[in-house]
Design a protein around this ligand. Structure first.
Ligand SMILES: Nc1ncnc2c1ncn2[C@@H]1O[C@H](COP(=O)(O)OP(=O)(O)OP(=O)(O)O)[C@@H](O)[C@H]1O
Ligand SMILES: [Mg+2]
Length: 113
């Protein structure tokens, strides 16, 4: 199991969610976050709303997936979020130790979705 965390431009969210749906990935957590990349917020201000100091508004997606879905998830995010400009975002793929569905007590791959 992997935990895919992606930081993307807010205006790419709809496109990314559409692509995830097309790849049968429906369960997702979305948050609004602040962040900065290697331009430290400077070269990118024209794309993103500037917030505190050098921080820009971004959207974070979190998706827990079984191994078979790692590639489709990453591909869907890239297809939806890539414009070729700085600040397109980043994807982190983490090993996921456990997943528990609270209602049923199911664990592991079955609990993911
Ligand atoms: N190494 C990192 N650690 C934590 N968060 C990061 C890291 N790199 C990027 N991020 C997050 O992702 C957002 C988007 O990053 P961004 O796309 O600007 O990456 P970049 O490395 O600067 O690449 P690019 O040159 O394409 O802009 C950042 O605003 C930040 O929130
Ligand atoms: Mg950047």
């Amino acid at each position: 199991m992997k935990y895919v965390v992606a930081i993307i431009q807010p205006d790419r969210l709809d496109e990314v969610l559409d692509n995830l749906e097309k790849n049968e990935i429906h369960l997702v957590t979305v948050s609004t976050v602040l962040g900065r990349g290697r331009q430290r917020g400077v070269a990118e201000v024209y794309r993103s709303q500037k917030e505190a100091g050098s921080l820009l508004k971004k959207v974070r997606l979190e998706i827990a997936v079984n191994e078979d879905f790692v590639r489709p998830t990453v591909d869907a995010i890239i297809r939806g979020a890539r414009t070729g400009k700085v600040g397109d975002g980043k994807i982190f793929v983490l090993d996921l130790g456990e997943c528990i569905r609270i209602r049923t007590g199911e664990t592991g791959s079955v609990a993911i979705g």
